[in-house]
Unconditional design. Structure first.
Length: 154
């Protein structure tokens, strides 16, 4: 086995010559199952496309949550004088949202969502409930006035 030593500059030139460039990597979930995704695309997706061609809306659903605390970040300030940002003493709550995008060939794409804001009050629900999800799907069905195929996040 032959080994070689390179300076930092020479190594950088070699890497560029091999057509490499510094890049931000894409993020993928560690639990992502490529085989299950391929199987879904091959078996389930064609059936969904057939139903959509017959007039059904395909609805892709997902949810997210966010704390309503001010973001912590960096800012500029004179050396030795730490900048001060005034914020409330405690978190101002949390927002939870569930939404779906409805698509159908030949129809405009629609966005529907349900929102819940939690302010930290006693006995206040901190997330979306089953009723919120049922309401979202029911509203989609009522507004679209067509069959829907729901593709939800696991």
């Amino acid at each position: 086995m032959v080994t070689a030593s390179y300076s930092a500059d020479a190594a950088a030139r070699l890497i560029r010559r091999l057509d490499f460039a510094p890049q931000m990597p894409a993020r993928r979930a560690a639990q992502r199952d490529e085989l299950a995704i391929a199987a879904w695309k091959e078996t389930t997706w064609p059936a969904i496309r057939t139903q959509a061609a017959l007039g059904a809306f395909v609805c892709f659903e997902d949810e997210a949550g966010q704390h309503l605390t001010p973001p912590r970040g960096r800012t500029w300030g004179r050396r030795g004088q730490t900048p001060i940002v005034k914020v409330a003493g405690r978190s101002s709550g949390r927002v939870s949202i569930a939404g779906l995008i409805a698509v159908r060939p030949g129809a405009r794409t629609r966005l529907l969502y349900r929102l819940r804001i939690h302010r930290g009050r006693k006995n206040e629900r901190r997330s979306l409930s089953k009723r919120d999800y049922i309401g979202l799907i029911d509203a989609a069905h009522q507004q679209l006035r067509a069959p829907i195929i729901l593709v939800a996040s696991p």
